[in-house]
Design a protein around this ligand. Structure first.
Ligand code: GRF
Length: 200
């Protein structure tokens, strides 16, 4: 199966996915990486790995849907079966979500539905949580609210700082995102309403 990764930033999750593919832990091909920021380090990581890196400038489009249609044209050209959002900072249009229902995954750095939004790690830290974690979920029309595929808790210890917590969260992300992607590739995810069943 061909997959596409969408990213806006550093791309450490993208890197974890690239590495898992090259180790044979994800049996898929990363056909392309799409970025919405020209300076995204993720695009450099893609090029370095020999993967097609496409920058789509949001300013070239009059609406979210027009941007998404451009992205979809790349997905169709490359016969992409799964879209993986890895630090992609743009909301997708309902048009895109509907067209790729249960074929778009996202990773979020908290145990959803707690701490939605763009600063999940810091928000959990400032709230004084003792446990937070990471969620991989399918995308639906609402922000950080689609059916949950995998979650993994991360303990916040007395000795932690925000920085050490960030490190722990990212390490956990890099472990469970490839796992979730591979479950999809193996056809083991079954979505029933909000519940995602993992088949043996
Ligand atoms: C990750 O923390 C992810 O959970 C969130 O955005 C961050 C992306 O980091 N959605 P990176 O670009 O993969 O390093």
């Amino acid at each position: 199966m061909n997959i596409a990764v969408f990213a806006s930033g550093k791309g450490t999750n993208l890197q974890a996915i690239i590495d898992a593919v090259s180790r044979g832990e994800i049996k898929a091909v990363i056909s392309l990486v799409i970025g919405d920021r020209s300076n995204a380090k993720a695009l450099d990581r893609a090029k370095k790995a020999g993967i097609k890196a496409v920058y789509i400038n949001p300013r070239d489009f009059s609406s979210r849907e027009e941007f998404d249609k451009k992205a979809i044209s790349y997905l169709e050209k490359n016969n992409v079966g799964l879209v993986v959002l890895a630090g992609f900072m743009r909301l997708l249009s309902p048009y895109f979500v509907k067209k790729y229902r249960n074929r778009i995954m996202n990773i979020h750095p908290s145990l959803l539905p707690a701490f939605k939004g763009t600063s999940g790690i810091k928000d959990a830290w400032e709230y004084g949580m003792k446990i937070t974690g990471v969620t991989v979920h399918f995308i639906n029309e609402d922000l950080d609210a689609g059916p949950i595929i995998l979650q993994k808790p991360v303990m916040i210890e007395e000795t932690d700082t925000l920085e050490s917590l960030e490190e722990k969260i990212h390490r956990t992300e890099h472990q469970i995102y490839p796992e979730a992607i591979n479950l999809f590739i193996e056809g083991r995810l079954e979505v029933k309403g909000r519940r995602v069943k993992i088949r043996e």
